[in-house]
Design a protein around this ligand. Structure first.
Ligand SMILES: C[S@@+](CC[C@H](N)C(=O)[O-])C[C@H]1O[C@@H](n2cnc3c(N)ncnc32)[C@H](O)[C@@H]1O
Length: 221
C-alpha cells in the first residue's frame, strides 16, 4: 500500500487539510467525517504538530484526546507517509497528515484564532550562523502563531540544545503577545517510550537532557 496523492483541498472557513489516497485501489483515507469539517467557531479543539516526523506523538495524543482534531505537518514525504501509515495501522481517526512546509502552511491555510494548541518538538536548529535565517522561530513565525492561536491557546516546545532553547525562550519572553507558562528540563532516558517522541528518546540517550517550554497566547493582544 502506498500513498499516491496528498493534494490539499479546502474544507471550511479557510482551513485546508490534506486528503491522502492510498494507492492499491482498496482503501481510501478521505475526509468524510464530521470531525473533518472544522469551523473556527465550532467547539472541536484543533491541535497542530509542526514537523510531526513519523507521527508517534500524534498517535498517542489523538488517543488521549479523541474529541480533538489533530493536524500533523511534515515537510519530508517519507516521514509524512510513515505518519499516515501509522494512523491507518492503528485506526486513528482524528489525525490528518499534511505534507507541507509548516511556515507556509500555517501562514496561508489556517484561519485566524482557530487553533487551541501547537506542538513543536525538536525543530531543526540550523546551528551555523549563516543558516540562522532558516530556523523556524523567526519573526514571521511568531506573527503567524499569534494569528492562528485562540486567545489562551498554548504552544508546547521541546528542544535538545540549550542555546536554542534560550533563544526561543527569550523571544517569547520579550513578546507582548505571549506569556511563558512553564519551562523545564528532562533527563531520564528510561521514561516510558510511549510518552516521548522518537527524536526525544535519541536526544536523551545521546545528550542527556531536553528542554521544554510552554507559552500561552495573551488574551488581550
Ligand atoms: C528532528 S525531527 C523531529 C520529529 C518529531 N517531532 C520527533 O520529536 O520525533 C524534525 C522533523 O521536522 C520536520 N521539519 C523540519 N522543518 C519543517 C518545516 N518547516 N515544516 C514541516 N516539517 C519540518 C523534519 O522533516 C523532521 O521530520
Amino acid at each position: 500500500m502506498r500513498i499516491v496523492d496528498c493534494g490539499l483541498r479546502i474544507v471550511d472557513c479557510g482551513l485546508w487539510i490534506a486528503d491522502f489516497r492510498l494507492g492499491n485501489g482498496i482503501r481510501t483515507v478521505t475526509f468524510n467525517s464530521q470531525s473533518a469539517i472544522h469551523n473556527p467557531k465550532s467547539e472541536i479543539p484543533v491541535e497542530i504538530e509542526v514537523g510531526c516526523g513519523n507521527g508517534r506523538y500524534l498517535r498517542r495524543a489523538a488517543g488521549e484526546r479523541p474529541g480533538h482534531l489533530f493536524i500533523g505537518i511534515e515537510r519530508s514525504l517519507s516521514y509524512a507517509r510513515k505518519a499516515q501509515e501509522r494512523m491507518v495501522k492503528y485506526g486513528v481517526g482524528n489525525v490528518r497528515i499534511v505534507r507541507a512546509d509548516a511556515s507556509c502552511f500555517l501562514a496561508e491555510r489556517i484561519a485566524p484564532e482557530s487553533v487551541h494548541t501547537l506542538h513543536v518538538y525538536f525543530t531543526d536548529p540550523w546551528p551555523k550562523n549563516r543558516h540562522a535565517k532558516r530556523r523556524l522561530f523567526q519573526t514571521p513565525f511568531f506573527e503567524t502563531i499569534h494569528r492562528i492561536l485562540r486567545p489562551g491557546g498554548q504552544v508546547f516546545i521541546k528542544v535538545d540544545l540549550y542555546w536554542y532553547f534560550e533563544e526561543i525562550f527569550c523571544r517569547f519572553e520579550q513578546s507582548p503577545w505571549f506569556t511563558v507558562a512553564a519551562c523545564g528540563m528532562e533527563t531520564d532516558p528510561d521514561r516510558d517510550l510511549c510518552e516521548i517522541t522518537g527524536f526525544e528518546h535519541k536526544a536523551l540517550v545521546k545528550k542527556g537532557a531536553v528542554f521544554t517550554l510552554v507559552v500561552e497566547r495573551s488574551a488581550e493582544c
